[in-house]
Design a protein around this ligand. Sequence first.
Ligand SMILES: Cc1cc2nc3c(=O)[nH]c(=O)nc-3n(C[C@H](O)[C@H](O)[C@H](O)COP(=O)(O)OP(=O)(O)OC[C@H]3O[C@@H](n4cnc5c(N)ncnc54)[C@H](O)[C@@H]3O)c2cc1C
Length: 387
Amino acid sequence: MDLQTATDHIEIRQEVAKLCAKFPGEYWRKLDAERAYPTAFVTALTEAGYLAALIPEEFGGAGLTLSAAAAILETVQAEGCNGAACHAQMYIMGTILRHGSPAQKTQYLPKIATGELRLQAFGVTEPTSGTDTTSLRTFARRDGDHYVVNGQKVWTSRAEHSDLMLLLARTTPKDQVGKRTEGLSTFIVDMRESLGKGLTIRPIRTMMNHNSTEVFFDNMIVPAENLLGVEGRGFRYILDGMNAERLLIAAECIGDAKWFLRKATDYARERQVFGRPIGQNQGIQFPLARAYAQMRAAELMVHEGLRKFENGETPGEEANIAKMLAAEASWAAGEACIQTHGGFGFAEEYDIERKFRETRLYQVAPISTNLILSYVAEHVLGLPRSY
Ligand SMILES: Cc1cc2nc3c(=O)[nH]c(=O)nc-3n(C[C@H](O)[C@H](O)[C@H](O)COP(=O)(O)OP(=O)(O)OC[C@H]3O[C@@H](n4cnc5c(N)ncnc54)[C@H](O)[C@@H]3O)c2cc1C
């Protein structure tokens, strides 16, 4: 069963699916067991130009639209692969594109487009402040022609497999700014330069293969020329990229949901118990039909967000709702897929339990469902801010 419900970017979807076919379940299973990085897969995506989809042609990228990028990531997930190893590169570079100086864009974007430089690491979350980003404590103190950075990040994914990190740090203490969103700045950290010289990276073993780390800064030197945009406005720069990020993550969840539903419906048609296919039982059909309905509704919201984004509008409402609904739909599809497979859903060789673990993340990261509901309550429904 195809389950291809989207009608846009068909050629891109077909080409990405062909590439993904070279990385079947066994490939991901082996990496999962070893908690290893999918270098060959990321190299293949990079060489095919997919990770540079959003980099404009003048900087060596494909100059595609956000909906094309969403089609790429959705297909990666729908084919059973895992874009979490590299998806951030697609959207983090947007901060350099929007707020970098001409010299920074020329220096970094063409090399990111070819894969010579990997921009996979995004250092925002800290252990003490968590979701309360403006309370983060990592501090970058200006000292002549450089900044001296001290502090700690947590959940900095892919830091060991990235050359550059986009770092959010305080440059003015919170009690000395008018608004708590001020006094935060964004830097490009060249981790190749800093590793062992004030930068320490420690992997965190998680329930799925995500290559996440904690990162420590101990008097790490960052040249002042690596500051992005204007000092103190970094929080705004990060916010500017969030709608695109949420829509892309939502597209990945749609892909996961399609993978689960295809796998489950194929199995439900074939598996005979009590002399008939299990898919003939409404107890098997209904959770799958419900998950499909959830996926379709979420998919429409993703497309509406993409349409607004590409129209130059700010799809805050759509991007947030799409991310929440899509993460819930992929989880519902995963749950129905496991149940449909009975005991076999737990066997590693079916890949279901792996995808089940992988897709659970998106109800927590990059933003948790509660915070999306808070956004909708405050910014869409006009209710008082709750935190
Ligand atoms: C595998 C993985 C990869 C990640 N990768 C990255 C990365 O590359 N870069 C990065 O910067 N971060 C990354 N993150 C961090 C992720 O964005 C955070 O985990 C997430 O934003 C939640 O923050 P927290 O874990 O500190 O939870 P907390 O902020 O401690 O929240 C805990 C719970 O309380 C809820 N909560 C908190 N405040 C409120 C409130 N006011 N109202 C209602 N509920 C509330 C939250 O919704 C959550 O359910 C990653 C996380 C994981 C697990």
